[in-house]
Write a protein of this length. Structure first.
Length: 343
């Protein structure tokens, strides 16, 4: 069976690169038996590993040779391949992104010999147009939630949940009357679950609208949707209450977390790990009165070594600004705005 051994050698042993650099080196082929090589392919690709499903991307592939090898030959093929704009190498808690240079010989009727070496791709400070991952979408492209529409959806969802849950509970009652205890238990659990889930989701959708019946319109401003590591980031929050209330807390936070999805379909599980939380501004407990304006504004320094935004299908590094107003005995107001942190 035709077989050969492949090895990758880097110029001066260099394995660390920045976007725009050229990866140079040699592919050495030691031929142990005659072989017809349909294509000797060199590929530069990234892939994730960690808690989530594996995401990967083939960025560049080139054919170095097509032809016949004779037994006993030692062939050398020089290569030069450009380093892409990213995503950069990243090693976190749940999410890891690594780059590889791989070579494979396509030989008919044989197991294709291959070799692979890991490389490091890092952005220089101030990289102007980094690639933040194949699933990244610009924050400006995300449509904000229309709270008035969400409130209508919440009412419809609550109505359907209560009607459906009530119907199932009625079936449970009928089954119990017919001495069908197991059927009554099943219908009862289904009815309570449907009503409970509907109530919970409806509350989350309607919470801010309900809170604004006390707070009045809430102004949550995030002037910049992009930020860089090592820079100051600012946000503000303000409102004029229209009804008295006991505000237990108002806070503005900058947050970063990793998110990884394992499995798929109904068996998908989302894992999260916080990477950092920074308070921009905070208002302690106070009594609110109609017309008494409340405003918060602040800024924080994004750490120079912070993780940059990354988004693939099942692995992400997410940055967001969160505003929260907590009211004693009344629905709280809470909103989150995604941002992108660049190198």
């Amino acid at each position: 069976m035709p077989r050969c051994d492949l090895t990758i050698e880097f110029d001066q042993g260099k394995r660390s690169f920045a976007p725009g650099d050229a990866i140079r080196g040699l592919i050495r082929v030691r031929v142990e038996a005659d072989a017809d090589c349909k294509a000797l392919k060199l590929a530069c690709a990234w892939r994730t590993h960690g808690k989530g499903n594996v995401d990967k991307g083939l960025v560049q592939e080139t054919v170095l040779y097509e032809g016949t090898w004779q037994a006993g030959e030692d062939r050398v093929y020089p290569f030069s391949i450009a380093v892409p704009r990213g995503p950069a190498t990243y090693h976190g808690h749940l999410v890891n992104v690594d780059w590889y240079l791989g070579v494979r010989a396509d030989i008919p009727w044989a197991i294709d010999p291959k070799a692979e070496e890991e490389i490091l791709v890092s952005w220089p400070e101030g990289e102007r147009s980094p690639d933040l991952g194949p699933a990244f979408s610009a924050p400006a492209a995300r449509r904000p939630i229309n709270e008035a529409h969400a409130f209508v959806v919440a009412k419809v969802l609550l109505l359907l949940g209560l009607v459906g849950g009530g119907g199932l509970l009625w079936e449970a009652y009928r089954s119990l009357g017919g001495k069908n205890v197991s059927g009554a238990v099943q219908y009862g659990i289904m009815g309570l679950s449907l009503a409970g889930v509907s109530l919970g989701v409806a509350y989350l959708l309607a919470r801010n609208v309900l809170a604004q019946r006390t707070l009045g319109p809430v102004r949550f401003e995030v002037p910049r949707q992009y930020a860089r590591r090592g820079e100051q980031f600012a946000a503000s929050l303000g409102f004029n209450p229209v009804a008295p209330a006991d505000m237990t807390k108002a806070v503005l936070k900058l947050k970063c977390k990793e998110e990884a999805v394992s499995g798929g379909g109904t068996n998908a599980t989302t894992h999260t790990h916080p990477l950092g939380e920074w308070v921009l501004a905070e208002e302690p407990r106070r009594d609110l009165a109609p017309g008494m304006g409340v405003s918060l504004a602040g800024r924080v320094l994004i750490p120079a070594d912070a993780a940059a935004t990354f988004a693939s299908s099942d692995n992400r590094v997410i940055w967001s600004v969160e505003a929260e107003i907590r009211l004693a005995g009344k629905p709280d107001w809470k909103k989150e705005v995604r941002i992108a942190v660049l190198p």
